[in-house]
Design a protein around this ligand. Structure first.
Ligand SMILES: Nc1ncnc2c1ncn2[C@@H]1O[C@H](COP(=O)(O)OP(=O)(O)O)[C@@H](O)[C@H]1O
Ligand SMILES: [Mg+2]
Ligand SMILES: [Zn+2]
Length: 242
């Protein structure tokens, strides 16, 4: 083969260098249009101001969902105060917390005089559960009365027998036949199911509560089901520790 002339080499170089160039010559044809920029986080294109709509929308949605989760929890806990204050971190008696370490794989009967931290402890512990009820006896009765029919009522009681449940301040309610029967049905329902995840708080111990109910049935079930946690000490509210 003959040696290529200078002229031919130049021509070949031109052809090869053209083929090496990207097919998309858009930039060259429209030099005023800027190259699109891409979001470092999600890879979608960003707008002219450098913002990524995709990331912004995702963040908004996440914030909305977190808000919804928070407001559901606040509602379940009975208010913002409980949400902010009644946490395990803020409960200073770590020995008692350690006694409750098995919960919700256990049932707890927490008792002690006023201000010793029953509501705080019970609430902090029930928050370990994803789904739960936290109710005072009166709230249970009110919810049952609100049911539209017997099926709805039974449905609610069944849920109270199956869902992690804190009954706060058992024994403070006015004692009526309806009150006794309702509490009995819930405790017995959970007992029969061999359920875990129940917390009762009370100013009374088992004996005091039996005397108050004038009946041993509720307390004898509770005694068999629950680990007992006694809170002692001065009223935290008076100590000025809070
Ligand atoms: N161990 C504790 N650590 C921190 N705060 C506590 C503790 N025990 C009680 N408190 C606080 O004292 C106040 C009264 O407690 P609370 O749970 O309402 O008592 P109880 O239900 O026994 O009457 C609450 O503000 C609570 O946060
Ligand atoms: Mg209380
Ligand atoms: Zn993005």
């Amino acid at each position: 083969m003959d040696k290529l002339t200078e002229e031919q080499i130049k021509k070949y170089r031109e052809i090869v260098s053209k083929e090496d160039k990207p097919k998309n010559t858009f930039k060259k044809a429209n030099p005023k249009i800027k190259e699109p920029k891409w979001c470092d986080e999600c890879g979608y294109s960003v707008d002219l101001s450098g913002k990524c709509r995709n990331c912004e929308e995702t963040k908004e949605l996440e914030a909305k969902n977190a808000d919804k989760r928070k407001s559901t929890l606040v509602k379940k806990l009975g208010g913002l105060m409980a949400y902010e204050k009644y946490t395990e971190e803020a409960f200073l008696n770590k020995k008692i917390l350690n006694d409750c370490k098995d919960f919700p794989n256990s049932n707890l009967f927490i008792y002690g005089t006023v201000g010793t931290g029953k509501t705080h402890l019970g609430t902090a512990l029930i928050r370990r559960c994803k789904n739960f009820y936290r109710l005072k006896p009166m709230q249970i009765f009110r919810a049952i009365r609100k049911a539209n029919n017997a099926t709805e009522e039974q449905d609610f009681i069944n849920r109270l027998c199956e869902t992690p449940l804190l009954i706060d301040d058992l024994g403070t309610e006015k004692l009526t036949e309806f009150a006794f029967q309702t509490i009995y049905e819930i405790i017995d329902g959970r007992y029969e199911r061999k359920g875990k995840g129940l917390i009762i708080t009370s100013n009374y111990g088992f004996n005091g509560l039996s005397i108050r109910f004038q009946n041993k049935n509720i307390c004898s079930r509770l005694e068999q089901m629950c680990e007992c946690v006694k809170l002692v000490g001065q009223d935290f509210r008076l100590k000025g520790a809070v």
